[in-house]
Design a protein around this ligand. Structure first.
Ligand code: C2E
Ligand code: MG
Ligand code: MG
Length: 885
């Protein structure tokens, strides 16, 4: 304000006046402490002013008196300059906030004046007295002025703020946007949106609401600042729940270290948040108002926000009404469903049973027809009263429509409990009634199912209760029926397995054991991670105890994520110990086909960067891709893209044919142990093992035989060319910490390493290759069409020989100095093929034939070299079998 900035001029205070004050400053401030005390004595002597300081401690009062003394000294030195004026304006504003009236302040200034008057009279020489008195008078008037100015500004600001709030409320309520009959939620939303816009201090406005019986507040509306999807669980000390429970507004400071995280995250943007509770029956909520200034709510008052909360209450009340049956005031079908959802969740957490029942009155229609609808209504109300008298606090009785009621019985411990309740309810309905002076008899039929024995979603549970209700009616009414699923023993066992696994996961009792996988070429190549459950009484349980639950919709992904993480963590530890083991993990079909699987895999790999992706192998059971081949293919290709290896587990147990192997980007095939176990006695099993092994080798895949228990098995497998073995012969699954020592001790059995060569898959491969080359040459001469796949980009890898070279060839002869030459020759063959074809297309028949001849020559050389190389090393096939010792 310009006028104030020249305040000393207006007051006629000039340098000589200030110099005069300076000269007598020591004298004038000599008794400031006494003056400050006198000032407070004055304030405390008046009842209205004393009331302001009523709750102040002695120490706080002393501090204020000290401040006052400083003020007197400061004023004398101030020359009423800019910084002084600003601080005095702040004090004025503070007085406004504290409710200290200007008149009291003016009164206190008289004390200063009297004090100095006395001094002037007694201690200042007459020559200076009048001039000094005049200067001091102007100084005091000036100081008071500035303080009042600060007070007035704060008052104007507060009024403006109140006006803005009022404006918002009135504006929205009087002239709502849009519809003629706006939804109450819409009004609340408009208020929330307008508050941060119109108020100078409010930066955030919104509200959260708890659903039926819910113990979680969910954000329903928010304006001003963004907040993450807010879910506020009922935790002791949470300010929102505190406000709800006390029914009183809570003002929460944002820098309070006790404040919930989401509030602390608002630091630097708001200073405090006002929490205004409202509630109606089942539904409750709180309004949230975030402001930039501490003390805001105190200053402005909370009346406006209370009004906002009242509106919230209205909204919830209306919502509640729409969820209730008007005749009986019971929850309607919609609210029943909502509560059923909540009760399902809670049941699971509390490991109890939830009864979900439907009751239908027998003979209601007759009463309605005979005595009229009024009597029917009375009957319903009477029955409701009786039923309610039988229920416990957490139970829900709802009217589903007509004479049908829904019932939720949470927290049951046993089936017997349910029977007792049902009997009691039916007996209550049966009691004779008198309506309109007539004795009326009705009975009820009740159908019920038990969650989670009946592990279904909410609407299926109701459907099952309904089926049971019909069964009760069919069986002659006036009785109850339990849905069979809930009684089925097999179902109960399944549920028990799931609960067992769920609890163990929750309590961190799942562990991985590791079983070595061995190959002759490198000794131990890796381990398979196998999950175990640490049972408090039964000890360590293998998957047989909970196998089906591993693929449960709710658990499959959790387990998969746990196993990936735990196995990679262990892999990293071994890596760190200089033991680069390949770790295979089993992934359930459900997790593999889950949209988030790749995300989970990437995350696990990223969390353990020291393990290279090719050290991880995921084992998927053979039947997984059969469920959705296209999806499995896409996912597995992406895994391959990440560098992760893929094994097809349990091969031979499902319906998968060998041709289907070609459609999957797998690296290994694991022959199921059931075939391995019986192959010595059962020729059919032997044939399957031999066929799978041979096919895998020809396709360049690694074959792992599982369940190798004896040296005979190992020797036989080796003869068939099975490259990798896993089984008790070598080791049972071991705790991770036992693996390094086991590996150190492990020696492949020497008698098997030098055994006879396995059935040779190379001759048919070479034969095939030769025939394809001949067919190609004939195609060049246009005697027949080109064979498939010879010209494609991946022709080298696709062809018979290419697969073998990449797989078994590399495994057996990769170390040989001639091997690279072979690969190069093979590549050249395919290059010649492409060149020949393009010359042919360009019309250069002669050139094409020349390339064809080169190709033929290369192929002959290649075959000769291959025979020479394999002939030299007939014995060096991957065979190991032996025991660790
Ligand atoms: P699988 O993947 O085929 O695992 C091989 C099973 O054969 C393991 O049983 C292993 O202990 C057992 N085994 C190994 N060598 C021999 C042997 O010489 N003789 C006999 N009789 N058995 C042998 P385990 O650990 O009980 O696992 C059973 C199945 O549970 C696994 O079969 C796999 O399908 C599943 N599984 C294991 N761990 C996990 C996991 O982490 N996640 C998922 N989703 N499934 C898992
Ligand atoms: Mg496996
Ligand atoms: Mg297996």
């Amino acid at each position: 304000m310009e006028a104030i900035s020249t305040l000393p001029d207006f007051l006629g205070l000039q340098d000589p006046d200030f110099q005069l004050i300076d000269r007598y400053r020591d004298l004038l401030e000599s008794e400031t402490p006494a003056l400050a005390h006198a000032f407070y004595d004055y304030l405390l002597a008046h009842p209205v002013t004393a009331a302001v300081f009523r709750d102040f401690s002695r120490a706080r009062l002393d501090a204020l008196i000290q401040k006052q003394a400083e003020h007197i000294s400061g004023l004398l030195a101030s020359r009423l300059d800019k910084s002084w004026r600003e601080s005095m304006r702040r004090i004025g504003a503070l007085h406004h906030h504290l409710g200290i009236e200007p008149s009291w302040v003016a009164g206190a200034y008289i004390l200063y004046w009297r004090h100095w008057q006395k001094m002037l009279q007694e201690q200042v020489p007459a020559s200076d007295r009048n001039l000094l008195r005049d200067a001091l008078f102007r100084l005091l008037i000036g100081d008071l002025m500035v303080q009042l100015d600060g007070y007035a500004r704060a008052s104007r600001e507060t009024d403006a703020e109140r006006l803005a709030l009022f404006d918002v409320l009135l504006g929205v309520l009087a002239v709502p946007r849009g519809d003629e009959s706006p939804r109450p939620e819409g009004l609340l939303q408009q208020i929330c949106e307008a508050l941060p816009r119109k108020s100078a201090n409010v930066r955030l406005a919104g509200y959260v609401v708890s659903s039926a019986m819910g113990e979680i507040l969910t954000l329903e509306c928010l304006a001003g600042l963004p907040l993450p999807a807010l879910q506020i669980p009922k935790i002791a000390g949470d300010p929102c729940w505190l406000a709800l429970e006390s029914g009183q507004a809570v003002i929460q400071s944002v820098d309070d270290p006790q404040a919930p995280e989401w509030i602390q995250a608002l630091r630097n943007r708001i200073e405090e948040i006002g929490i205004f509770p409202f509630g109606a029956e089942d539904l409750r909520g709180v309004g949230l108002i975030g402001v930039r200034e501490k003390g805001y709510f105190h200053r402005v008052g909370s009346a406006y926000f209370d009004a906002f909360a009242h509106l919230g209450e209205l909204v919830l009340l209306l919502r509640n009404q729409s969820l209730r049956d008007p005749l009986t005031a019971l929850p309607n079908r919609a609210l029943f469903l909502d509560r059923l959802e909540t009760a399902r969740d809670q049941t699971l957490r509390r490991e109890r049973l939830l009864g979900v029942a439907l009751i239908d009155l027998d003979g209601f229609k007759q009463v309605n027809d005979r005595l009229g609808h009024g009597a029917g209504d009375q009957l319903l109300q009477a029955v409701v009263q009786r039923l309610q008298a039988q229920l416990r606090a957490g139970d829900t009785l709802a009217r589903m429509g007509g004479d049908e009621f829904g019932l939720l019985l949470p927290g049951l411990e046993r089936l017997d409990d349910l029977e007792v309740v049902c009997e009691r309810l039916l007996a209550a309905i049966r009691e004779p009634l008198e309506i309109q002076g007539e004795a009326v008899g009705v009975s009820g039929s009740l159908g019920v199912t038990l969650y989670p024995l009946d592990d279904s979603d909410a609407s299926t549970l109701i459907q099952h209760a309904d089926m049971a209700l019909y069964a009760a009616k069919d069986a002659g009414r006036n009785q109850f029926h339990l849905h069979t699923l809930a009684l089925d023993e097999a179902v109960q066992t399944e549920v028990a397995k799931r609960v067992l696994l769920e609890q163990a996961l929750h309590e961190g009792r799942m562990v991985l054991h590791y079983q070595p996988i061995v190959a002759s070429a490198d000794g131990v190549v890796g381990v398979e991670a196998l999950i175990r459950l640490q049972h408090p009484e039964k000890g360590l349980l293998a998957p047989a105890a909970f196998f089906s639950a591993l693929d449960h919709p709710r658990l499959a992904r959790t387990i998969g994520r746990f196993v990936l993480d735990a196995a990679l963590r262990q892999g990293a530890i071994w890596q760190g110990e200089g033991l680069p083991l390949r770790v295979a993990v089993n992934i359930s079909t459900r997790h593999l086909l889950d949209a988030r699987f790749l995300e989970d895999l990437r995350e696990a790999l990223a969390n353990h960067p020291s393990v290279p992706p090719e050290q991880l192998e995921i084992e998927i059971t053979e039947s997984a891709p059969l469920l959705n081949l296209e999806k499995a293919q896409t996912v597995l290709k992406s895994c391959q893209g990440l560098g992760v290896r893929i094994a097809i587990d349990d091969f031979g147990t499902g319906n998968a044919s060998l041709t289907y192997l070609q459609h999957l980007p797998a690296h290994s095939i694991k022959i199921d142990q059931s075939f391995v176990r019986d192959m010595i006695n059962d020729p059919k099993d032997l044939a399957i093992v031999a066929a799978v092994t041979t096919a895998s080798r020809m396709l360049g895949l690694e074959v792992i035989a599982e369940g190798v228990e004896t040296a005979d098995h190992a020797a036989l497998l080796a003869k068939m060319g099975c490259s990798h073995l896993q089984g008790y012969l070598f080791s049972r699954p071991l705790p991770a910490e036992d693996i390094p020592a086991w590996i150190t001790r492990f020696r492949p059995a020497p008698q098997l390493v030098g055994a006879l060569p396995p059935m040779d898959v190379l001759p048919p491969i070479l034969e095939g290759h030769l025939l394809r080359v001949q067919a190609f040459l004939r195609a060049l001469r246009q005697e027949n069409p080109f064979p498939a796949h010879v010209l494609g980009e991946d022709a080298e890898e696709y062809c018979h020989l290419g697969r073998w070279l990449r797989g078994e060839g590399a495994l057996l002869f990769g170390q040989s100095p001639d091997f690279a030459g072979l690969l190069a020759r093979h590549e050249r063959i395919h290059r010649f093929a492409r060149a020949a074809k393009s010359l042919l297309d360009a019309g250069d028949m002669e050139g094409a034939m020349h390339q064809g001849n080169l190709l033929d020559l290369e192929n002959r050389l290649l075959l000769a070299e291959l025979l020479a190389m394999t002939g030299q090393r007939r014995v060096a096939h991957p065979i190991i079998a032996g025991s660790p010792e």
